[in-house]
Design a protein around this ligand. Structure first.
Ligand code: ZN
Length: 146
């Protein structure tokens, strides 16, 4: 997954799709391969995006997870075929820059309180947490930034 070296991945990077329509077609194909009906359903509720192993994803209430796109503002769970609006942290670009200083396997970020709680974290993570952890590991340019 070399594409994840250079960016925090979404559907464009991970699935090679270049539009929301292409992504929905891909999700339908994935569902057919899983023996499921290709239909996708739009949910009214929004889900919070977070970073897991270098990809922007969201937790689906069905128990699975899906990729999330800041570009197209949605996340798709291929397992249950639900399309959600997704929210991203306002400082997404700075978060991505801090995460890109780490090896791909260590790129995780849980900026939503509920998502963080489900993972046993005491509170939502902040950009300052990422920078502090990078400093402790001697990664990146946070020291030069002051
Ligand atoms: Zn689902």
């Amino acid at each position: 997954m070399q594409f994840l070296e250079r960016s925090i991945g979404g559907p464009r990077e991970c699935l090679g799709v270049d539009s929301r329509e292409a992504w929905e077609r891909k999700a339908k194909t994935i569902r057919v391969r899983m023996g499921l009906p290709p239909r996708l359903t739009e949910a009214a509720e929004k889900r919070a995006a977070f970073v897991s192993a270098g990809r922007w994803v969201f937790d689906c209430p069905c128990g699975s997870a899906g990729l999330a796109s800041h570009e197209w503002g949605v996340g798709i769970c291929p397992d249950c075929g639900t399309v959600y609006g997704v929210t991203f942290p306002r400082n997404r670009e700075a978060v991505e820059a801090a995460l890109l200083e780490r090896p791909v396997g260590n790129r995780h970020y849980f900026p939503d309180a509920e998502v963080a709680e489900r993972r046993g974290l005491g509170r939502a993570e902040r950009l300052s947490d990422l920078r502090q952890e990078n400093d402790l590991r001697g990664l990146g340019s946070t020291k030069e930034r002051g």
